[in-house]
Each structure stands twice: as structure tokens, then as C-alpha cells.
Write a protein that binds this ligand. Sequence first.
Ligand SMILES: [Zn+2]
Ligand SMILES: [Zn+2]
Length: 282
Amino acid sequence: MEIEPKTIIAGIFLVLLWAGEGLLPFYPEFPKGMRQRVGHDARNLALGAGNALLMAVLFGAVFVAVEVWAEDRSVGLLRILDAPGWLTLGLAILFFDLWMYLWHRANHRIPFLWRFHRMHHSDPAMDVSTGLRFHPGEMVLSSMARLAVLPLLGMSLWHLAIYEALLLPVILFHHSNLRIPRWMDHGLLAVIVTPAMHRVHHSRWQPETDSNYGSILPWWDMIFRSFRLREDARTIQLGLEGFDEDRWQTLGGMLRTPLGGPGSDPADETRNGETIGDREKV
Ligand SMILES: [Zn+2]
Ligand SMILES: [Zn+2]
């Protein structure tokens, strides 16, 4: 099997950021040291690798078939516009990043989608490996939605490959526990979602969780007024209420996250009325 360029790029960033956050951590999240950190990261990595394999098997051929169908019929906005290649690529990246923002926002707003997406948020120790921690159910739903979005936008698989080659390093970077100077973070914030911005999204305080949905570009949050920063990011409480116990952090526990925990039982609504109940109703 051929290794895609995006996988090589992601691998290099993963190793560099992992080494960097070990030397210069922002949060000292692993009180039991290296053993605990390696276990945590290996579980998240296993999920990421499993998802990549599952998506290739389930959707690889389907995406090609949809692309051929749309290309033959010149379907989609970008094909109709028929602009020069460089402009089409720029617009594809811009439009698809907007789609990612809307999809992420829907994952927080629609209770069914949140059941899967909350597994990404239940990590109490966010680091570079959290960038790969997504529930396979969320990946399947996202791929199904993309089967409609790509032909609607008129985006080719080549455009998508370029977008993902940009997305993966940015996702790994903004989840990393690397301590970088504030001026550098805020400078980069003009063009990409940075750790200072995405840490706020992983806060367990809901007004912060429900902000900063951006993937590559921070501009959508600024335009749609969901942008939020915290003066002292070290005081952010990471993770998700109700999923702190070790049993939710094993591979099996993570995979069961959509089924169990607060919100799965109507009685929880009253027990956790203030936090979880409100989330399910948003
Ligand atoms: Zn989220
Ligand atoms: Zn995240």
C-alpha cells in the first residue's frame, strides 16, 4: 500500500511536537510521568490509525466513484466557476474549511452528533495525540456528509488531499501541549488556529467548549462570533464532566462513550441538569 504524503507530513509533525511538548510542556498533565504519557498517547494513536484504516476500507472506492460521477457531469460550484487552477484550489481550501467549521459546530449542537464528538473532548490531558482522538462513528458520519459536500462544492479528491495535508499539521499543532511564547501564538492566530485558541475549546466549562470551532483558519469564529480566548490559559480545566474516571479513558471506554455516561439516561438530566442537561438541549 502506498503511503500518502499527508501521512508522512503528519508523522513528522507528530514526532517533532511530541518531543517538543516533552521538553517544554504547557500543562504538567502527567503526574505519574513518562509511563502514563506513553500509555495515553498510544491509545489515542491507536484510534487515529484504526480510523485511517477504517475510512480507507469503507470510503476509499466510494469517494473515487463520486468524483468520477461529478467530474463527468461538471457538477458543483467550483466546476461551474471554471476559474484558473490556483484560484480554484484557494477557493476549495477556503470553502472546505468553512464546511469544517459548520460541521464541527453541528457536532456540538445536535445531541446525536455530540455523543460521538464528546469522546474527543473527554481527554483530560490534551496533547498532540488528542489531535487523532476521534470516535470512528464521528469519522463515518463526517465521511458520509463529505460525500454530499464534495460534489456540491465541485471539489476534487486532489483538492481534498491538499486541504488535509495542510489540516493535519495544524490540528496536531493546536492540540499539542507545547509551550510557545504568547507573542508567537497570537501572531500565528492571524492565519491559523493556535494552541491558545483550541485549548479554550477543550475547556469543560460549556461557554468555552461551545466556542472556537475552527480547523485551519481562525477567521470563521471571528466572523460568526464564536471566537474566545482566556487571559490565563493555565487555569482552563480540560476534559469533560462525567468522563473523568479511568474506565472512560481505556480504548473500550472511549469506544463506548457515545452510549454511556451523562445524558444517556433520562435520570441524568435531572442529576446533571445544569451542565449536561443544558448541553443536550442546546
Ligand atoms: Zn469540539
Ligand atoms: Zn480538539
